[in-house]
Design a protein around this ligand. Structure first.
Ligand code: HEM
Length: 228
């Protein structure tokens, strides 16, 4: 019964709340759909934290999504030993990048009084959950080898069973507790999505690709000696 609450009820509740609250936040407060940059408050550590964090997490999320979208293609990809090794090592390296990046982002918020002043409780909850999630992901990759393979035969069928509304939890209930925690923390992050700065993930400026170019002109008087 408890497993049903965790692996069926909780994911559905998380996704439903995320969709409804996400749409309502967008409709009521569209300009809050942002990560509210703090670059002008502190720039140096932000660079060293944000760059590894974003490159790492975006690639890892894509790698988590691909087996779900193309399971047989992913299976073919892993059928070669060299490709499997390359994927595992790359995944481990990317996970380490995210752990280092997020640690720096958290330390930055603690050490810079100006950034600390603009950090909300929701920010702390999000940053700490993200750090926990990537640290556990890194640990799983290290301890339970060949995750790119067993993920395809455990978590993927479980998520597909949820997607088609025929939940089959036996795929994940036998997994080690750390892996189960990682799956549930993923849905917890989905739940946090509409209430935090995570919404910025859906504000990627794709429209910049086709909008007309923008001409920026300085509206400043030139220095005295340059004037005729
Ligand atoms: C779609 C691609 C993404 C873009 C273009 C993007 C862009 C940004 C930008 C511009 C910032 C603000 C940095 C600043 O303070 O100036 C930021 C912060 C942040 N992003 Fe992203 N992001 C993306 C994806 C993600 C993903 C997938 C996650 C996590 C799952 C994420 C988590 C964060 C977090 C936690 C912060 C706050 C860091 C801090 O200020 O302490 N981002 N992102």
């Amino acid at each position: 019964m408890f497993d049903i609450v965790l692996f069926v009820v909780f994911p559905y509740v998380a996704v439903t709340v995320a969709i409804i609250s996400g749409i309502s936040r967008y409709r009521q407060n569209r300009f809050s759909y942002s990560s509210l940059s703090s670059q002008f408050l502190e720039n140096r550590t932000l660079f060293w934290g944000s760059v590894p964090w974003h490159y790492g997490v975006i690639t890892l999320l894509t790698a988590h999504l691909l087996p779900l979208l193309f399971p047989s293609l992913w299976g073919d990809l892993l059928s070669d030993r060299i490709r499997l090794y390359v994927l595992e090592v790359t995944g481990l390296g990317l996970a380490l990048m995210t752990v280092v990046g997020m640690t720096l982002l958290i330390v930055r918020r603690l050490r810079s009084p100006r950034v600390l002043a603009v950090t909300s409780t929701a920010d702390w909850l999000l940053l700490i959950t993200l750090l926990t999630q990537v640290a556990i992901g890194f640990w799983i990759a290290l301890v339970y080898r060949w995750g790119s393979g067993w993920y395809l035969h455990t978590s993927v069928p479980w998520m597909i069973s949820l997607l088609v509304f025929q939940p089959e939890i036996q795929y994940v209930t036998a997994l080690p507790w750390l892996v189960q925690f990682h799956l549930l923390a993923g849905f917890f992050l989905v739940l946090l999505f509409p209430f935090t700065r995570l919404v910025h993930v859906f504000t990627y400026p794709f429209t910049y690709l086709w909008r007309p170019i923008q001409v920026v002109i300085w509206n400043r008087r030139p220095p005295q000696k340059q004037r005729p």
